[in-house]
Write a new protein. Sequence first.
Length: 177
Amino acid sequence: MTALTLEVEVDGVLRRLVVQRGDEGCVVHMDGRAIPVDISEPTPGVLSLLIVHDSPDGSGVARSYRCVRTVFADEETIVVSGRQHRVAVSDPRSLRSQRRRPGAGNGTLQIKASMPGRVARVLVAPGDAVLAHQGVVVIEAMKMQNELKAARDGRVVEVRVAAGDKVASGQVLAVLE
């Protein structure tokens, strides 16, 4: 099996992952546990994870997760089950992760729908300044309202939806710079 070691920071918590790929999928080693995971990317920016969790009787129970990924410069966010998380992945083999450029967080950021639904509210307008973690758009899906937030400070360049619009998973809702 081939092993890949990554340092992953999720919402400020740093974890070391060792990912081993074999004939029957991947095994992720984290916090002293081996977790079988099947990973696929059905469309760009959308990851599908099938993770086997331990059950009380000792057998494994598989659960599926849909993750919508947004990348800008050296930062990214992932929305899992309607919750947005700031993620930084560091691969020790990568030259990019070994150097930190000034202004690495600059550039455009696309706020994407994490799941299909309806736009309940648009909280910003083009030209507005936004702070990191500030709400941008509220999506209603499966009778729940999910607020999509800016991953960093910036300025709203474009808003591509209005209240009441139906949106597809991965659809760009707003653009920040």
